[in-house]
Design a binder for this molecule. Structure first.
Ligand code: PEP
Ligand code: MG
Length: 758
C-alpha cells in the first residue's frame, strides 16, 4: 500500500494545475481501492458549498455543476464532523441526498473522508460501490492517509488558481489572501520580485518570454556549457577513477546528448515558457518517471537527471542574475529569504518582504524590522513562484499578503501607507527629547545593529548607544571568515559612529538558524546544538581574532562593551573571560593603549535565569535575549511557522522569568537590559520599564515609537499595568489587556489596522 501511496503522491505533485491533480487523484484512488466511484468535492469559499470537482465513475457532466450546501447530504456530514463516514447502505442513512444528474442512485456503499489542511476543511474525498460493501479498516485508513497527504497539494492548487484571478469554477477571483505571521509591522503595496537560491529547480518561478528564439539559444548554450564541464571533469579525474566510475560522466553526457530531453524542453519554451520553467517541468517529469521504476539502477538515474538539471539551471541563472531588475516598490518574495537577498535590492526600492519559510523571530525578520520594511514570514501555503511581477499587498501587522487585490482593497492599504508616513514625520520631533516617563523616570534607549544602514537610521532616530551589535551579520555577507583587519574596520565604523556612547558588541553567535556558507554546521537539532559561545570556545582562534579586532578598533574611543551569547553555565563565562584577558594582554603587548572593556552575559537560556546572581558576579552587566529565552522556555522553535501561534513573549512564564532576572541582577548590584524584540514592542517596553530594567535595546525603527509611549505614562501607571498583567495566566489575555491600555493612552495607531472587510 505504501508504494501505491507514494506513487500517487508523486504523480499528483507534478500535475500542472488543480484540475489535473484532482483527476489524477480520483482515477488512481479508484483503481487502487478497486471501487467503482471516486469523487472529490471541494468547498467553494464564495458560496460555502461543496462542489463536485472531479469524479471517476459518476457522470462527468455533473463536474462543476452539482453542489451541496455546507451541511447537506453525506458529504456535508463528513465535512462538519471532520471525520470519516463509512456506510454499507448509504441510501438508508437519513442524511443521504440523491442527485439524479450524477447517476449516483446505482451506488449503495459510501466511504467519505474529510480533506483537512491546517485545521480547515477543504473538501471531501468519497469512494462508492454499487453493491453493498463494507470498506474495511485498512481501506478507510488508506483513504485518510491519501487525503492527509494530498490536502497540501490541493490547497496549493486552489491558491495558485486564485492568484491567477480564477476561483474554483473558473470565475474571476480577487483579493487572494494568504496568511503567515507578522515579521515586521507596516504595510506595503508593490510588485512581486521572486528570488530563489541558485540552482534550485523546485524554487524556479513560472514566467513567460516573448523572444522565443533567443530563449531557445540561451537553453542550448547552457546545455553546451554543462557538456563541456562534464567532459572536463571526466578528464580531470581520469587518473583517479576506475573505468566503471568514469563511465558516470559518459552517462551524463549521453543524457545531455539525448535529443528527447532537449526536444521536450524546447517544445515548452516554444509555448512561451522561459527556459528555467521549461527545464524544471521536463526534469521533474523524468525524475518522477525514473523514481517510479522498480529497478534500483534505473531509479538511481533520477539522481543523475536532477543533478544535470541543476547544473543546466545554474548556467541559465548566471545570465539572469545579472539582468534582474527591481521595480520601484519591490516586494521581495522567496521560499526562504536570506540577508544577502535583501542586500541585493538597490537602495530605496525595497517596499516589502514575503518568505514562505521562517517566522517572526528569524533573523531576516529581525533585519526587516531594523530596516523598517514590512514583512510577512511563514506563508507556507503560498505558491510563491507565481508572484513574479504581480501586484501585491503586504500587511505586516496582520501577517497577511494579498494577490490580485481589488481597487477597494488597494485604496484602503494605500491610505494606511500614507497615514504611516505622516505618523513617522510626527515622531521625528521626538529625536532630541529624553526618554522619560511623565513623573521623571529615565529609561535608556539603545539600538540593535548589524548592517551599516542601521547605524544611519539609529543616529537619526536619537539612539543613546548600541545595546546589541550582531557581529555575525558582517560575517554572513562574506565568503570566508573576515580577517582581523577587516573586522577591525567594521567594528571601528560602529564605534566611531556612536562615540562617546557605548557600543555593545556580541561575540560571534552562529549556529541555530544563523549559518555561514563557508562554515556549515549540520545538526539534527541546531538550536540545541553547537551555537553561540559553544562554537567560539571550541575555536579560540576565531574568538581571539574577533576580540582583538574589537579591542584594536576601540583604541582612543574607549566605548566598547563585549557581550557573550548563549551562556548556559558559569564555566563558559570563565573560559571566555580568560580568552578576553589574554587578547587584551596581547593587544597591549603590541603597544596599543586600550583599557579592558566591560564584559557582559546574555541571559537567553532558561538555566541561566536560575543562575543570574552567579553569572552577574563574574561580569559587569547582563542583557536578556528575550527571543531565544522565549523559544527555550516555551519549547517553541522561533522559526517554525507551524508553531508560531505558541511563540509569545507575553506568556506568563516568560514574564515571570523576566521579572526574576531583573530582581536578581539588581540584588547583586548589576545593571540589566533587554535586547530581544520584546524591548521594541510598545507593550513590552512598558512592562519592562515597570519591572525595573535599566535599558532597552531595539531596532532603530521601533525606537521613536517606544520613546513616544514611555513619554505618555507615569512609572506608577506602568507598574499598575504590570501588576494587573502578572495576575493573568494566559498570554492572549495579557496581550488584550496591554492593547487596551495602549488604546487608553492614544497609541491605537500603532496597533494592527482592522480592514473594513473584517
Ligand atoms: C535574542 O535571542 O533575544 C537575541 C537578542 O539574540 P538573537 O535574536 O540574535 O538570537
Ligand atoms: Mg539570541
Amino acid at each position: 500500500m505504501l508504494s501505491v501511496l507514494k506513487s500517487i503522491v508523486q504523480e499528483v505533485n507534478t500535475a500542472e494545475d488543480l484540475r489535473e491533480a484532482l483527476e489524477i487523484i480520483v482515477s488512481r484512488v479508484q483503481a487502487a481501492m478497486n471501487t467503482q466511484v471516486c469523487s472529490i468535492y471541494l468547498q467553494d469559499p464564495n458560496t460555502e458549498r461543496y462542489l463536485l470537482m472531479a469524479t471517476q465513475g459518476l457522470n462527468k457532466e455533473a463536474v462543476g455543476k452539482v453542489s451541496l450546501g455546507h451541511n447537506e447530504g453525506l458529504v456535508g456530514l463528513v465535512g462538519s464532523r471532520e471525520e470519516p463516514i463509512n456506510l454499507e447502505d448509504a441510501q438508508s442513512h437519513p442524511r443521504y441526498r440523491y442527485f439524479p444528474e450524477t447517476g449516483e442512485e446505482r451506488f449503495r456503499s459510501f466511504l467519505g473522508v474529510p480533506i483537512i489542511h491546517h485545521r480547515k476543511v477543504l473538501g471531501v474525498l468519497v469512494v462508492q460501490q454499487r453493491e453493498s460493501r463494507s470498506f474495511d479498516e485498512g481501506e478507510e485508513a488508506f483513504l485518510v492517509t491519501i487525503s492527509a497527504q494530498l490536502a497540501g497539494v490541493i490547497a496549493h492548487g486552489e491558491a495558485t488558481g486564485v492568484i491567477g484571478g480564477r476561483g474554483l469554477t473558473g470565475e474571476r477571483a480577487r483579493d487572494a489572501r494568504f496568511t503567515g505571521v507578522a515579521g515586521a509591522s507596516g504595510v506595503a503595496v508593490g510588485r512581486g520580485v521572486v528570488v530563489y537560491p541558485q540552482a534550485d529547480l523546485t524554487a524556479v518561478p513560472d514566467k513567460t518570454v516573448e523572444d522565443i528564439e533567443s530563449e531557445v539559444q540561451r537553453y542550448q548554450a547552457a546545455v553546451e556549457a554543462v557538456r563541456n564541464d562534464m567532459r572536463a571533469l571526466g578528464e580531470k579525474l581520469s587518473s583517479q577513477l576506475r573505468p566503471e566510475e568514469q563511465a558516470l560522466f559518459d552517462v551524463y553526457i549521453r543524457i545531455l546528448d539525448d535529443s528527447a530531453l532537449s526536444v521536450e524542453v524546447i517544445s515548452h519554451i516554444q509555448k512561451g515558457l522561459w527556459a528555467q520553467s521549461a527545464l524544471k517541468r521536463v526534469v521533474q517529469e523524468y525524475v518522477r518517471h525514473f523514481e517510479l521504476m522498480g529497478d534500483d539502477y534505473l531509479r538511481e538515474r533520477a539522481v543523475d537527471i536532477k543533478d544535470l538539471g541543476r547544473r543546466v539551471l545554474a548556467y541559465l541563472q548566471k545570465n539572469v542574475q545579472e539582468r534582474r531588475t527591481y521595480p520601484k516598490n519591490t516586494i521581495l518574495v522567496s521560499e526562504e529569504l536570506t540577508p544577502s537577498m535583501l542586500a541585493e535590492v538597490p537602495k530605496g526600492r525595497l517596499a516589502g518582504l514575503v518568505s514562505v519559510r521562517g517566522s517572526s523571530n528569524s533573523h531576516v525578520a529581525i533585519l526587516a524590522r531594523a530596516m523598517g520594511v514590512p514583512c510577512v514570514m511563514g506563508v507556507f501555503d503560498l505558491p510563491f513562484a507565481q508572484l513574479e511581477g504581480r501586484r501585491l499587498v503586504v500587511d505586516g501587522y496582520n501577517g497577511q499578503i494579498f494577490a490580485s487585490p481589488s481597487t477597494e482593497l488597494l485604496s484602503f492599504y494605500k491610505s494606511i501607507v500614507e497615514e504611516e508616513r505622516q505618523l513617522e514625520k510626527g515622531l521625528e520631533k521626538l529625536r532630541d527629547l529624553p526618554c522619560e516617563t511623565l513623573d521623571g523616570h529615565r529609561m535608556k534607549l539603545w539600538v540593535n545593529t548589524g548592517l551599516m544602514t542601521d547605524v544611519v537610521r539609529s543616529l537619526s532616530h536619537g539612539a543613546e548607544g548600541v545595546g546589541l551589535y550582531r557581529t555575525e551579520v558582517p560575517f554572513m555577507i562574506n565568503e570566508r571568515f573576515p580577517s582581523e583587519l577587516e573586522q577591525r574596520d567594521f567594528y571601528r565604523e560602529q564605534l566611531e559612529a556612536f562615540a562617546p556612547n557605548k557600543v555593545t558588541m556580541r561575540t560571534l553567535d552562529i549556529g541555530g538558524d544563523k549559518a555561514l556558507s563557508y562554515f556549515p554546521i549540520v545538526e539534527d537539532n541546531p538550536f540545541l546544538g553547537w551555537r553561540g559561545i559553544r562554537v567560539t570556545l571550541d575555536h579560540p582562534e576565531i574568538f581571539l581574532v574577533q576580540v582583538k579586532a574589537m579591542l584594536k578598533a576601540s583604541e582612543g574611543l574607549n566605548n566598547l562593551r563585549i557581550m557573550l551569547p548563549m551562556i548556559s553555565c558559569v564555566s563558559e563565562v570563565e573560559e571566555a573571560l580568560h580568552l578576553i584577558h589574554r587578547a587584551h594582554y596581547e593587544v597591549c603587548e603590541e603597544g596599543l593603549n586600550v583599557p579592558m572593556p566591560p564584559v557582559g552575559v546574555m541571559i537567553e537560556v532558561p538555566g541561566a535565569v536560575y543562575q543570574v546572581k552567579e553569572l552577574a558576579d563574574r561580569v559587569e552587566f547582563l542583557s536578556v535575549g528575550s527571543n531565544d529565552l522565549t523559544q527555550y522556555l516555551l519549547a517553541v522553535d522561533r522559526n517554525n511557522p507551524r508553531v508560531a501561534g505558541l511563540y509569545h513573549s507575553y506568556h506568563p512564564a516568560v514574564l515571570q522569568a523576566l521579572f526574576k532576572i531583573v530582581r536578581d541582577a539588581h540584588a547583586v548590584g548589576k545593571q540589566v537590559s533587554v535586547c530581544g524584540e520584546l524591548a521594541g514592542d510598545l507593550g513590552g517596553a512598558l512592562l519592562l520599564t515597570a519591572m525595573g530594567y535599566d535599558a532597552l535595546s531595539m531596532n532603530a525603527a521601533s525606537l521613536p515609537k517606544v520613546k513616544s509611549v514611555i513619554r505618555r505614562v507615569t512609572l506608577q501607571w506602568a507598574k499598575d499595568l504590570l501588576q494587573q498583567v502578572m495576575g493573568l495566566d494566559n498570554h492572549q489575555v495579557v496581550k488584550a489587556t496591554v492593547d487596551l491600555a495602549l488604546k487608553e493612552i492614544g497609541m491605537e495607531h500603532y496597533l494592527r489596522p482592522i480592514r473594513p472587510l473584517e
